[in-house]
Design a protein. Sequence first.
Length: 281
Amino acid sequence: MTNLPPAKKRNPRIEDFHFPDGLPTADDLPCSDGAPVDSELQELMPGLLKAILMDLWRDRRGWLFSIDMGFYYDPAHPRTAIAPDGMLSLGLADAPGDGFRLSYVLWQEKVIPLFVVEIVSPNRKNNKKFEASQSVGILYYLVYLPWSETRFQLYKLIEGEYVLQSSGQEPYWMPEVGLAIGAERRLYARVEREWLYWYDENSIRYLTATERANAMEAKRKESEARRAAEETERADSEHQRAETELAARVAAQQEIELLRERMRALGIDPDAIDSPTSKQT
């Protein structure tokens, strides 16, 4: 009898979930898990990522980057929630009503989020969020530890389990998301430190709206300065050409005067030669 290798696990899909009738909706559930944030960075870093997306994807619909929003994922325990520091979902239907969600309820959205980021403080562990995200099938899970030497730890769900993909600050490309995630030292919120940023597939960082406006303003000023320099150069060139023409006329006049002086020395009156009567015969 041939021993067959064990079948490979696969990542969960929304079709794998059974959502019975009568589950509570977002209107019935708390907006968050009620746990306080551990530091200001848990708000600022996801807030920066969201702000960049709101500018980058300002014309795109069907996406949500939530911050500390309640995520209800278990139909067997419908009031159990986690609240990721940041969570990205794509391919969503428009939110009802005024377009804003109270919380993220999996059996209402019918879309598994693609990306979660957790900013971990030195006195807290996130095993619950990690395990819940893995069980529900969230493809990418980023743990950022601001006070650790290995700050950037990005996991990808492979065969139903999170596998560490990157433990450095290099931008990591996520083709399913269409973005790369990385970290670099910049000035933001009046603090110069390492911040999380989105990048394109060539590891070029996407700018914040403020950075983009500043870059456009700097480009405008550079263009104006270049035009002013070109105008000055053109004016200088015209002035130099006028001076050259004047110098040529002065030199020609000096040549004429020198010739007239030579004629007088030879006893020839140059004025008589140039007068109209001298031309009559």
